[in-house]
Every structure is written in C-alpha cells, then in structure tokens.
Design a protein around this ligand. Sequence first.
Ligand SMILES: [Zn+2]
Length: 107
Amino acid sequence: MARRHLTKKEARGLAAQQVDRLFELAGHEARSGRDERATRYVSLALRVGERYKVPATHKRTYCPSCHAFFAPPRNVRVRTSRRKLSVSCLRCGFVQRIPIGKERRGQ
Ligand SMILES: [Zn+2]
C-alpha cells in the first residue's frame, strides 16, 4: 500500500489532534493519580507539538520544568501576591509567575 504524502498543513492538523489527545490522556491519568504516566503523555505531546509547530494551547496545564500535568490541588499550588499569580509545581518546585490585571507599563 502506497503511503500518501501529507502536505505540511495536513501533517500539522494531525499533529494538533494528537497533541490534544495526549493532553486529554494526561489529564485523565493525572486525575486518576497516575502522575508518572501523565508526565510521560505531556512530554510526548510537547515533542510532537515542537516537531510540527503546533500552537501551544495547553500552556499552564503542566509544569514547564518537569512536565508534570497539574491536578490541583494535589500537585500544584496557586497563590496571588502583588498582582501576580504564582503557580508552584509541587513535584519539582518550579514557580511560574504570571502577571494579572491588564495594565502594562511601557506599552
Ligand atoms: Zn515541575
């Protein structure tokens, strides 16, 4: 059986679907307490996404440092302070600080 050549656009579409699916699975595993599996799915999804330049739509659902899928409140702590949201990964201790509020100086 001949393999049909995929255009870049088609490949990217399929990759995006696969990334969505992997994040879905990761969420399922994380909610069932299987963190290592969830982490593995996130790593896979990121690899596929990188390879095909899939837009990052699942940001903030996982740890950018250790790829743990966040299942609040079990493995992530979210706090606000000084107009920032601190998202701490309880697996590796990585802290993301996300500004809140729409005002931005210098723009
Ligand atoms: Zn982490």
